[in-house]
Design a protein. Structure first.
Length: 248
């Protein structure tokens, strides 16, 4: 993967400023090759969140530092994945037909189910991160590994999946487009990084996250007839939370 493609992927997945001249001329059709860089995007995002937690913890205590970590991730990513989680929950739990679910997910307004999902994921992350810190876990390493895991498992909703909507969308850049080699390279990259950061416990937590997200992919495919950009964001959030839970 070229540096230009990695920077374009970083720009796509986060709000980290990347000079336009560094990514200029790269067609959207090439973006699916950037999937193997997702674990390293997670590494960058995770380091930022982990550093925020580490700096805040001695000053304002573990719970508020954990909240600061969650908010830092939201700011760095532009709440990209949180938005996908909320939209997915609004649609899937609406008890409507498939077409209506997809229309609800496209609606920019936040519904009750999406609001509850956001509250749950934020509170759950704050509580789990706080518990990990109380157990004297190496927090910078573990929080970085969680972001790596969350972005690694997304590939499970891309490989051999179909795009649920008619026409094109942001998710359609990747869904059904990534190859088996790219999928293996992404999972291998994520596994190596989590092993280096979290040792055996980190690798086991990644495997558990992969199993849960694979089950989530199956459920969403049955409910929606495929995947969307929103379900990719939901998978990242679920994968990250499951990884942190598995560390406990």
């Amino acid at each position: 993967m070229s540096l230009r493609l990695f920077l374009a992927t970083l720009q796509f997945m986060t709000r980290i400023p990347v000079p336009e001249r560094w990514t200029q001329g790269l067609a959207l059709d090439n973006y699916e090759r950037g999937i193997i860089g997702f674990p390293f995007i997670g590494l960058i995002v995770g380091v930022i969140g982990g550093v925020i937690f580490t700096l805040l913890a001695p000053w304002c205590g573990v719970p508020l530092a954990a909240l600061g970590y969650v908010l830092a991730l939201a700011l760095v990513t532009g709440a990209f994945h949180l938005d996908g989680l909320a939209d997915t929950c609004d649609g899937v739990f609406s008890a409507r037909k498939r077409e209506q679910m997809l229309e609800i997910m496209r609606d920019s307004r936040l519904g009750t189910n999406g609001g509850l999902a956001l509250i749950f994921i934020v509170v759950a992350k704050v509580l789990v991160v706080s518990e990990l810190a109380l157990r004297d876990a190496p927090m910078l390493l573990m929080l970085t590994a969680a972001s790596v895991a969350g972005r690694t498992v997304i590939v499970l909703l891309m490989y051999r999946q179909r795009y649920a909507r008619e026409g094109n969308g942001l998710g359609n850049i990747y869904i059904g487009k990534v190859t088996g080699k790219q999928t293996l390279a992404t999972l291998a990259g994520g596994a190596i990084l989590t092993l280096l950061l979290g040792q055996g416990a980190g690798l086991l937590a990644l495997v558990i996250s992969m199993v849960v997200v694979a089950l989530l992919a199956t459920y969403l495919r049955r409910r929606l007839g495929g995947q969307t950009g929103d379900t990719l964001g939901a998978a990242a959030e679920v994968g990250e939370l499951v990884f942190l839970l598995a560390l406990l």
